[in-house]
Ligand binder design. Structure first.
Ligand code: AMP
Ligand code: MG
Length: 700
């Protein structure tokens, strides 16, 4: 979201009133408020549109909102016209000129006569042409027989944009000349009615609450076509989608698009940024696909250090999920797509932090104070309507807005209450026990930052500052499956050679704890075709796939074999313990994290690699788990070459590690409350020497 609270896009029409039922080629207004789209509004004629725009501006101004009001017709004419017509190059002089002469009503207007009259002031034939009425008009050719009028055919903006019409053409399919004639007088009247509060882009700096901006839905045509294919009225889609695109633009991008120099002709906002605008307009804001080579490893590398492996993932992955709006009550754990601004200050009014008595500090004299009490009291949610006269005090309760005449509050415990008066000792400080309006957060400030995973406290903040819906990324959906002929599910009969699938419940629970949506695809035997069909389903239904087992390069390692066969796999030999090669690849564009089957290695690799990678995919951005340097509660001589993760927990201020480093010991995983991370190099650890402890909670 950007600095505009409200974005309204108007599709103007020079046509006559076409009746009450919503139809194309009438006037349509698309509206977003605080980034939330409202249904497009149909307005049957220009007189009603002028009233509606006037009411909209008035309402936005009185709500203290900043309004972006876009219109789909040129704000200026090709260079030279303004000067020839009005004697000045100021395009706004043309607005005033037209306003004084255009006669317009829902059923008819004088645009053709006026165009002919203007043509009479220019040499040759033109610049205006096209006459849609029966009667001949002096100086206005029906066909384009213009010559010698001396003006360019198009503005520079139109010269650079395919599919634009010249504003000289006063009628016919797609023509814009009539819209300029009937639109500019309305804008001119609005400017006058709200003098000083409307700025016209790009002729005036946009430092007023309302900005008039020239826009053109042609710039987002591909997105509009997609929407139209699903039905509905084109004009309605255009205004709806363009309003959303503008409201979705980050402040910095909006700034770039508004930064143009076209003092006489004006410009079409977003021209030159069509792809960006179109992407922001789309109904399903689809992120770009991952690159095929996102998991490729540099050739010839034997063992990749952990930090290098992580840097590669960080570099190559990006969000793969779309966006949606959810209510605050549903937003815990979700990830914000945009900065969220405070709609209201917290606190909204100056108020009291304690129960006590309020008065004006200035009226206090020296020594002990005795102040008469006014009738009534101020309580939270119950404003005291009157004023408190200077030298008087009022009973006031925590959270109550300070009544007029009160700027300081004394604690009730510091007061002796008499009959209709209070007494207290000197020494009260000015503004004591009060909170200023907005001292916590001011309206318009960024309350929550984009990329944030929303905590319970964030929901309190959003609510306090008047935000009820939040723009978040759709939940990342992660498919989980286990591979191995030896596996059976919990509850099933297990033959002697079989083991229970321990990884899948663990990984599924982790996915949920990370805040993602888990798609449990079950167990797959060591059979390539079965695995293939599971991958196909996962790629259709999920955003990422996590597998365990079969990730090395043995005969029965079908995960790596299948990904290799698809030409989309890299065997990541990362220098860490525990952990064998990871199989990372793309299956039909969906990233696959092929974990080792050993549960200890599966958990460590998930936390160290899959977690931060999935954080990126989910829109949260790269994630580094917070570790703490603590004294070791153990001794160990660590060999050089690999980073090691030990199952650990904190007891008595020291990190203790599990008695065995055996990688099949699932009981040690369960015993642990975090990991001790030992650096890549050689290290002699004795009791009390510092080691890094990362609690499991740091990965969530
Ligand atoms: P793999 O990576 O498939 O070679 O498996 C390595 C070890 O982990 C073998 O001993 C497997 O039996 C074991 N393993 C594989 N998947 C699981 C699982 N889902 N639960 C428990 N152990 C597993
Ligand atoms: Mg296996």
């Amino acid at each position: 979201m950007n600095r505009f609270d409200t974005v309204a896009i108007v599709d103007w029409s020079a046509g006559n009133d076409t009746g009450p039922a919503p139809r194309k080629d009438a006037i349509w207004v698309g509206l977003t408020r605080q980034g939330h789209a409202e249904d497009p509004i149909y307005i049957r004629n220009r007189a009603l549109a002028e009233d509606a725009l006037s009411s909209l501006i008035e309402a936005e101004l009185s709500a203290g909102c900043r309004l972006f009001l876009g219109f789909d017709f040129p704000f200026g004419y090709p260079r030279g016209f303004a000067g020839a017509l009005t004697g000045t190059d100021d395009p706004l002089a043309v607005w005033a000129w037209l306003e004084a002469r255009v006669e317009d009503s829902p059923k008819s207007n004088n645009r053709f006569d006026l165009a002919g009259e203007i043509n009479g002031r220019f040499p040759g034939v033109g610049p205006f042409w096209f006459n849609a009425i029966k009667r001949e008009i002096d100086d206005l050719p029906r066909k384009d027989t213009r010559a010698g009028h001396g003006l360019p055919e198009k503005r520079r903006a139109e010269e650079q944009s395919k599919g634009t019409f010249s504003c000289w053409q006063m009628g016919g399919a797609g023509a814009v000349g009539g819209q300029v004639f009937t639109g500019l007088p309305v804008l001119e009247r609005l400017r006058r009615r709200f003098a000083g509060r409307i700025a016209v882009w790009p002729f005036e700096p946009l430092d007023r609450p309302v900005s008039f901006v020239e826009i053109w839905p042609g710039l987002i045509n591909p997105a509009v076509k997609e929407a139209e294919a699903r039905g509905g009225i084109r004009d309605a889609h255009q205004v709806r989608m363009l309003a959303r695109a503008v409201s979705r633009l980050p402040e910095a991008r909006l700034k770039v698009m508004l930064d143009v120099n076209a003092p006489e002709e004006g410009w079409i906002m977003g021209q030159g940024f069509e792809d960006e605008l179109t992407a922001a307009a789309r109904d399903t804001l689809q992120p770009p696909p991952l690159r095929d080579d996102c998991f490729a490893l540099p050739a010839g590398v034997d063992w990749t250090p952990v930090d290098e492996a992580l840097a590669m993932l960080q570099d190559r992955l990006h969000p793969v999920v779309g966006r949606e709006d959810v209510s605050v009550s549903e937003a815990a754990g979700r990830i914000l797509t945009e900065d969220v601004m405070a709609q209201r200050s917290n606190p909204p009014l100056p108020n009291t932090a304690v129960d006590g008595y309020g008065f004006a500090y200035e009226a206090l004299g020296d020594g002990n104070q005795v102040l008469p009490l006014v009738e009534g009291r101020a309580a939270a949610g119950l404003a005291f309507e009157g004023s408190v006269p200077s030298g008087h005090a009022i009973r006031i309760l925590t959270g109550a807005a300070l009544p007029n005449g009160v700027d300081t509050v004394i604690l009730q415990e510091d007061v002796t209450l008499g009959d209709g008066e209070i007494a207290f000792r000197p020494g009260v400080k000015p503004f004591a026990n009060t909170r200023k309006a907005g001292e916590d957060v001011k309206a318009g400030d960024v309350a929550l930052q984009s990329g944030r995973k929303l905590t319970p406290a964030d929901l309190a903040l959003a609510s306090a500052v008047g935000v009820d819906r939040l723009p978040v990324f759709k939940q990342l959906k992660v498919a989980v499956l286990s591979t191995g002929d030896e596996l059976v599910d919990a509850g099933q009969e297990a033959a002697p050679g079989q083991i229970y699938d321990a990884n899948r419940p663990m990984l599924a629970a982790l996915i949920e704890q990370f805040g993602f949506d888990c798609l449990d695809l079950g167990r797959v035997p060591d059979d390539r075709e079965t695995l293939r069909s599971h991958f196909d389903r996962a790629a259709r239904e999920a955003d990422a796939i996590i597998t365990s087992g079969g990730a090395s390069s043995g005969d029965e390692d079908h995960v790596s074999a299948l990904l290799t066969e698809a030409g989309a796999m890299a065997e990541w030999r990362v220098a860490l313990k525990p952990g064998r090669p990871l199989a990372l690849g793309l299956w039909q564009g969906v990233p696959v994290f092929g974990l080792p089957g050993n549960p200890v290695a599966a958990l460590v690799c998930t936390l160290i690699f899959a977690r931060p990678a999935m954080a990126l995919l989910s829109g949260q951005g790269w994630m580094e788990p917070q570790g703490f340097d603590v004294p070791a509660g153990f001794a160990k001589n660590k060999k050089p070459g690999r980073r090691e993760y030990l199952r650990a927990r904190m007891r008595k201020g020291r990190a203790e590690v599990f008695k065995s480093e055996g990688s099949g010991r699932i009981s040690g995983l369960s015993w642990a409350e975090g990991l001790v991370e030992l650096p890549d190099g050689e290290l002699a650890i004795t009791e009390g020497s510092p080691v890094r402890f990362i609690p499991f909670g740091s990965f969530l």
